[in-house]
Design a protein. Structure first.
Length: 194
């Protein structure tokens, strides 16, 4: 289920991961959910831009809080669904300024390959843990990429401003030169020299 309030867009890293970005105003809680089936594994990574904090909670299909982390700039959680249902997770911003949260939910369809492997549940659980670790690394890479994009935007706008300033200066300089040439020429003309 694609969250409607997602403002940012999807970044892809090696076709493995996609991240969402949401802006959370002061005092606001933004919630998203995932429909899971019993035994499904769901995990999520998140990171607040600029190492600002967010409160994160996750509820199971019965609305019971299964994760409650306050004032953290980042996190990574996984859960195995005990029953079918809607699993909700929320980011809250109790601060006086808006925050930008990058998050990357990993739904069970990313683990399809596990069902195709014919091995013990213990091995599968270990593979799941391994893939969870890989996800975490990839997510960090994706978040880093989005950070760089943001920095790049700042840089580009700065460069834009520098460009216009330089253009303005050039125009001013050319105008002054042209006026001087005209002025000096007119003086010489007036004196009958040219
Ligand atoms: C989460 O934990 C904090 C204390 O650390 C508590 O005040 C808050 O009510 C909890 N939130 C939920 C939804 O349980």
């Amino acid at each position: 289920m694609l969250p409607l309030k997602v403002l940012g867009f999807i970044f892809s890293a090696f076709g493995l991961a996609s991240a969402f970005t949401t802006v959370i105003n002061p005092g606001i809680t933004e919630c998203f959910y995932e429909i899971l089936k019993k035994q499904d594994h769901f995990s999520i990574s998140y990171e607040v831009v600029g190492k600002k904090n967010t409160d994160f909670i996750m509820k199971n299909n019965n609305g019971v809080v299964i994760v409650n982390r306050s004032n953290m700039p980042e996190g990574n959680f996984g859960t195995n669904a005990m029953a079918d249902g809607k699993f909700e997770y929320c980011f809250s911003n109790k601060q006086t300024f808006g925050i930008v949260v990058n998050f990357n939910p990993h739904s069970p369809d990313e683990e399809e390959y596990l069902n195709k492997i014919d091995s013990s549940s213990e091995v599968k659980e270990q593979m799941r843990e391994l893939s969870h670790n890989v996800e975490e690394v990839v997510d960090h890479f994706v978040f880093m990429q989005s950070r760089n994009n943001e920095n790049e935007e700042v840089l580009l706008s700065l460069q834009g401003r520098v460009f216009w300033w330089a253009t303005l200066q050039s125009v001013a300089l050319i105008s002054v030169c042209a006026w001087q040439v005209y002025y000096v020429t007119s003086i010489f003309k007036a004196r009958g020299i040219v």
